[in-house]
Write a protein that binds this ligand. Sequence first.
Ligand code: 26Q
Length: 822
Amino acid sequence: MNLKGQTKLPIPAPRRVDPEVLAHEIVERLTYRIGKNAAAAKPHDWLHAVILSIRDRVIDAWITSTQKTYEEEGRRVYYLSLEFLIGRLMRDAASNMEMLDDMQAALASLGVDIDIIAALEPDAALGNGGLGRLAACFMESMATTDVPAYGYGIRYVNGMFRQEISDGWQVELPETWLAHGNPWEFERREASYEVGFGGRVDPAEGEDAGPNQMHWRPSERVIATPYDTPIAGWRGKRVNTLRLWQAQPIDPILLAKFNAGDHLGALAESNRAESLTRVLYPADSSAAGQELRLRQEYFFSSASLQDIVRRHIQYFGSIVTLPDKAAIQLNDTHPAVAVAELMRILLDDHGLDFGEAWDITRRTFSYTNHTLLPEALESWPVPLFERLLPRHMQIVYAVNSRLLAEARKSGQFDDHGIGAISLIDEGGDRRVRMGNLAFAGSHSVNGVSALHTDLMKVTVFADLHNLYPTRINNKTNGVTFRRWLMQCNPGLFGLIREAIGDRFMDDPEALRDLDPFADDSAFQEKFLVVKRSNKEALSNILRQKVNARIDPAAMFDIQIKRIHEYKRQLLNIVEAVSLYDQIRSHPEKDWVPRVKLFGGKAASSYHNAKLIIKLAGDVARAVNHDPAVQGLLKLQFVPNYNVSMAEVMIPAADLSEQISTAGMEASGTGNMKFAVNGALTIGTLDGANVEMRDHVGEENIIIFGLTAQEVNERRANGYNPGEVIGQSRELSQALDAIASGVFSPDDPDRYKGLIQGIYEHDWFMLAADFDSYSAAQRNVDALWTDGALWAKKAIHNVARMGWFSSDRTIREYATDIWKIES
Ligand code: 26Q
């Protein structure tokens, strides 16, 4: 149906609801949708009924937003991402629809505690870490800033693995987030598409078939069925759609096989199709090269493009206006095969000539890079790519020959430069470089922090940047303050409102008005009371979850993020061992009580990352049981770190650990969440830490260690970690203690290899940065003893972080890349 002719409706202001009316609505949902009365309802039933009541209001705004989008006929944004780490939605939707307080009161009148039922909502863990959470923040900010947008991704039935710690080791278990159904999503069977794999390519038949037109005959097909989730922006102004694809077989069961007695064979095809969207690849910052991953990438890229093209043709008639109406953002290279897929659609389905198709493609796509790590740059073996996507392989070759011709014609490149620009990596086995494909097929390529963008220009994309010098631009990441301040930290939120009013709720930069309060001792005290109560809440949760007893009076020093050597959890642990040693040697000194908390998942195949988790547990056991440091130092690894755990840990943090080897963390976004919640950052000049320092002021952040340039120079000039270690008594003692089995008496050699790696190459510069880090930590201790000064600095952090709102980031994307008014 064409909605264009319908009358315009203003988006209604969200209705304030009388809690009594709301209570009635909830009971009605409970009765008629769930089939229970209040007396029989279990907590899960209440949760479901509450979500349905919130959802109805979201749907009203959703329908109006969708209609408005159609009427305006402007450009829409399509955010293609293999990950959307959205977490729980109930509190987020209720808060953005401005019904959270009323809902709480309504539930209280029914004898139901909103916090108890909120905790039952499963986390939608459809992401690994930063990249996936960024996509979720962007979805919320696009709705908030009134950008008409669709998120496209995969509905992983089992999502990211659930982490258990067994005997100190990480164990991966399937996440079952859909076990109780998902009231937020709507299956849209009518918008299903077929996605093909394999087979062969024939020249297109027919009189008007062009020379570039081919007919791909896949040997295998699956159905992509979309599930839509509404994403409500702040104050319900706009509700956009997150459309996640699930794979289904064309024939659910092959009855002929079944009837012939082959019961398993009858289901084989069905199982194969469904396995496509079962799990998320648990690799962060390393590319896991399995065939299933490439299948996932193509499956969701193809379904999304078919959907985008179908919608465009339906409303605008001609494919050639696609770039005027659609801006497709590639979240890293994971959907980069979409470049070749759009080319295939334009060439083979619409019969465009190559030049015109390439022009449309480039004007439609833009690409965000999230990593410089060579091991994380995606590339696929040519034979695999060719077998799975024979037509796309031809297109990649055709694009490549034009690209290389253009590069040669420019006269700027020698053979090495041409080799670096090529879409095919010819060193060793031939591989398709997805980063180069995304770069060549886009009009904009952005990095995610100023430093990262600068480094992109001189490292991975140096030659492509020389060929297309205006293409690379920077869009420093941000986070949504609705979830990461207003919802997760109601105490601080209330305190800020009391001090500066409500303006910051619509304009995060207005947090600046809080700056003068940093010197106000009454405000400092209130700030510390809120922090203390958040720490008590976290202590209670940790007591329930892991039976830990942690003192809320101690400094909460937190490092939560994926476990990776470049993020240097090991530096943190080694420093803790050294501190432990120093406290024992000098019990007479005035040590500051500290609790060090760690959380994060390791990719299942990442041996050293898993060993680091085990080490954190081993050191924790020794330290926590040693009466000599009782009350002064405690370590705890928090299992299954996820969005919901972040929401209680971040507001409780005093100190935020952002200690990656300079030049290696593209941006970081946890760093921003901590700072806006009033934690001080101890960090290197890496990623967005650099810009955070510029905003909060260098006196309000603790910076240590080598700069990216110094790291480079040290590596180039024959860095000798053994020598560095020899010069630091503290470091060598700590490393030797770990290597010799002091913390692993059951297996004294457990950490030999890990520590050996530091002595031998220390790629991540742990030794080079240790003394500087350790000294910075003692400065942190000294600062802690002056509570008022600490509070002052923390309040400056809150007040000056407004720029790191993802609303600002999205406005920059909208203006510079998508060319739309937001
Ligand atoms: C690739 C190929 C095969 C399997 C898995 C992957 C894969 C999956 C996830 C590769 C990378 C990721 C995730 C990367 C990521 O989260 N990067 C982070 O992105 C954030 C948002 O921009 C930054 O803030 C972080 O600095 C960056 O590490």
